[in-house]
Ligand binder design. Structure first.
Ligand SMILES: Cc1cc2nc3c(=O)[nH]c(=O)nc-3n(C[C@H](O)[C@H](O)[C@H](O)COP(=O)(O)OP(=O)(O)OC[C@H]3O[C@@H](n4cnc5c(N)ncnc54)[C@H](O)[C@@H]3O)c2cc1C
Length: 219
C-alpha cells in the first residue's frame, strides 16, 4: 500500500462518500474510498448489509432505502479500504493513515473529505453513570448489535431523538418517556423555514408518523 498514488481519494464511506465515488468513477477517474468502519454506510446506513432481510424491519424504510446507494457504490469500481483511519493530510496531498495497526502514506491529485457529522451530547449531571448514554450511542447499539434496553427515557431534541425512540418501539422495546427539552414556544422560530419544509412532503410525513406512533405508544 505504501507510496501509492491515486487520482481521487475519498475519506468516508457514508452516503456522501459513496455518492461521490459513484460520480467520480462514472467520470472515469481512478478512485479510492477510505473509511474507518468495517462496512460502508456511515452513520445513517450503519451495518445495512447485515440488517437487510431481518424481521421485523424495525429500523424504518428510510434506513433500508440506503441499499440502492450501497449497491451502486459496491458496483462502481472504486477501490475501497474499510477499517482504515486517516489521521493527517499534508499540503503536498499526502494522506497518512492507519490500516489494521499499520501506518501508511498515500498521495492523491484530489482529496474529497466526506467524514460526516459527529454527535454533540450535552453534559448533564450523571451523564457518565452506568445505564446513561447518548442517543447516537443507543442507536449505534441497535443498528450494530440489535441491542436495546427496556424502559429507556429519551431526553434531548432533534430528529435523531425521535427516530431512535421510534426505532426502539418498532423493535418491541418498552420506552418509558420521550422528554423534549426545547421550549414550548420555540416552534415559532421554525416558521420562516416552513415553506422549504413543505417542498419535502415525504420527509414531513415520516416525521408525523414517528410522532404519531410515539404518542400512541406512550399514552
Ligand atoms: C450517531 C449518529 C447517528 C445518526 N443516525 C442517523 C439516522 O439514523 N438517520 C439519519 O437520517 N441521519 C442520522 N445521522 C445523521 C447523519 O450523520 C447523516 O444523516 C448522514 O449519515 C451523513 O452522511 P455523510 O456521508 O455526510 O457522513 P457519515 O454518514 O457520518 O459518514 C462519514 C464516514 O466517514 C468515516 N470517517 C470519519 N472520519 C474518518 C477518518 N479520519 N478516517 C476514516 N474514516 C473516517 C466515518 O466513520 C463514517 O463512516 C446520525 C448521526 C450520528 C452522529
Amino acid at each position: 500500500m505504501a507510496n501509492q498514488h491515486f487520482q481521487i481519494v475519498i475519506i468516508g464511506a457514508g452516503p456522501a462518500g459513496m455518492a461521490a465515488a459513484v460520480t467520480t468513477t462514472k467520470a472515469g477517474l481512478e478512485t479510492i474510498v477510505i473509511d474507518d468502519q468495517k462496512d460502508s454506510g456511515g452513520q445513517v446506513y450503519r451495518n445495512l448489509q447485515a440488517n437487510q432481510g431481518k424481521s421485523p424491519a424495525y429500523l424504518g424504510q428510510s434506513y433500508y432505502d440506503g441499499a440502492k446507494l450501497a449497491q451502486s457504490f459496491a458496483d462502481c469500481g472504486a477501490i475501497y479500504w474499510p477499517d482504515c483511519t486517516v489521521w493527517q493530510i499534508t499540503d503536498m496531498h499526502e494522506i497518512a493513515l492507519v490500516s489494521r495497526g499499520k501506518a501508511e502514506l498515500i498521495t492523491a491529485d484530489y482529496i474529497i473529505i466526506a467524514t460526516g457529522a459527529i454527535e454533540r451530547p450535552m453534559p448533564v449531571k450523571g451523564w457518565t453513570l452506568p445505564g446513561v448514554m447518548s442517543v447516537g450511542g443507543a442507536q449505534t447499539l441497535l443498528k450494530q448489535a440489535a441491542l436495546g434496553a427496556d424502559d429507556a427515557v429519551f431526553v434531548g431534541s432533534g430528529p435523531l431523538l425521535y427516530l431512535t425512540a421510534w426505532q426502539y418501539i418498532q423493535a418491541g422495546l418498552a420506552v418509558r418517556a420521550v422528554i423534549d427539552i426545547v421550549g414550548a414556544k420555540q416552534w415559532r422560530s421554525a416558521i420562516p423555514f416552513a415553506p422549504l419544509a413543505l417542498l419535502q412532503p415525504d420527509m414531513l410525513a415520516m416525521g408525523w408518523r414517528w410522532l404519531g406512533d410515539i404518542t400512541v405508544t406512550l399514552r
